[in-house]
Design a protein around this ligand. Structure first.
Ligand code: ZN
Length: 324
């Protein structure tokens, strides 16, 4: 109970007021009482220090933005990222009040980017980038958070799971159903261009055939690997962007997401080649591919889209609400 209360307190708001629709999608039908409100503060679990600290909600978003998106990105892409990060965080607040995270039961979010969102304080950013970078970028990034203050993406009047990733591949994002087995109406596959501008957009990974075999068999004991390596890898079933849904390895259909995880690949958009006694993965893009592509957002911004248009593209059918 104490933990639940603490988590709830970490995300509690100060005043009830009706959110205002400012951008996209249908007008909400819920009453003021039914609407949720943004918390004033949030409990954050700092995973390196293993400590929980309470931070102002908007102040927290100001530390997430420079940790999650390159400072050199376009202003409208950074604003879109600020809204996505705020929405993702608010969604975490609501979820953690119902089901506290087993990793950090006393905090709604943690600073581990692989679990929640990356976050850097002013001092950490100064240490990492130096004063010149701070002068040039820090205040500007904070201003993008201020420019979208209180803005949240909703679907059916609920804050959405506003996931994002670095770069899609093959011209489309992935649906949440294809990647996590759970279809969400606003996380469908949508067109996404311009990701190739990311450095290291194409990456490779190589393992010996023995390693490959033992990694696969550690999770798929029935996989059969005969003496002819060329027959180990069969057909792949792919999404419209070319990401692997399933691939037949050792006679077993294995999910692309499982292969990605087992071999630490940057995405599920991969091809497999055999070179002598080695297996080589050639991978395009970076991340799970669901929701907003950061490089795709930057490409849209470069081509004149504002942050509302970017969010509307990547979170289909969502509404942008402002909580005063
Ligand atoms: Zn976490």
């Amino acid at each position: 109970m104490k933990r639940l209360l603490l988590t709830y307190l970490g995300c509690i708001a100060v005043a009830f007021s009706l959110p205002v629709l400012i951008g996209i999608g249908p007008v909400p039908e819920k009453t003021a009482e039914e609407q949720s409100i943004l918390p004033k503060e949030i409990n954050v679990y700092f995973h390196k220090e293993q400590a929980v600290r309470t931070i102002g909600f908007e102040e927290y978003i100001k530390g997430v933005l420079p940790a999650e998106m390159p400072a050199l990105f376009e202003g409208e892409a950074l604003k879109a990222q600020a809204v996505a990060a705020r929405t993702f965080t608010y969604h975490k607040c609501i979820e953690s009040a119902k089901n506290p995270s087993s990793e950090h039961p006393d905090a709604a979010v943690c600073t581990n980017s692989l679990h929640c969102s990356a976050y850097y304080s002013h001092d950490e950013l100064l240490q990492m980038h130096g004063q010149e970078w701070m002068d040039e970028h820090y205040e500007k990034m904070r201003s993008y958070v201020d420019a979208t203050k209180g803005e949240i993406l909703t679907y059916d009047n609920e804050p959405i799971l506003a996931v994002f990733h670095s770069a899609s591949a093959g011209g489309y994002t992935q649906s949440s159903g294809d990647v996590w087995g759970k279809n969400l109406p606003y996380l469908v596959s949508v067109e996404s261009k311009g990701e190739e501008q990311k450095s290291n957009f194409i990456s490779t990974a190589m393992v010996s055939s023995d390693e490959f075999k033992s990694i696969i068999q550690s999770q798929f004991k029935d996989a059969v690997f005969g003496p002819d390596i060329s027959k180990w890898i069969g057909e792949a079933k792919r999404t419209n962007s070319g990401n692997v849904l399933f691939i037949e390895i050792g006679g077993i259909a294995i999910k692309g997401t499982q292969i990605r995880s087992m071999f630490s690949l940057k995405s599920t958009h991969f091809d497999i080649a055999i070179d002598n006694d080695n297996i080589i993965f050639t991978v395009a893009g970076n991340g799970h591919g669901v929701g907003m592509s950061q490089y795709g957002a930057n490409y849209m911004a470069k081509n004149g889209a504002d942050y509302k248009e970017i969010l509307k593209n990547y979170y289909k059918g969502s509404s942008l609400m402002k909580y005063p």
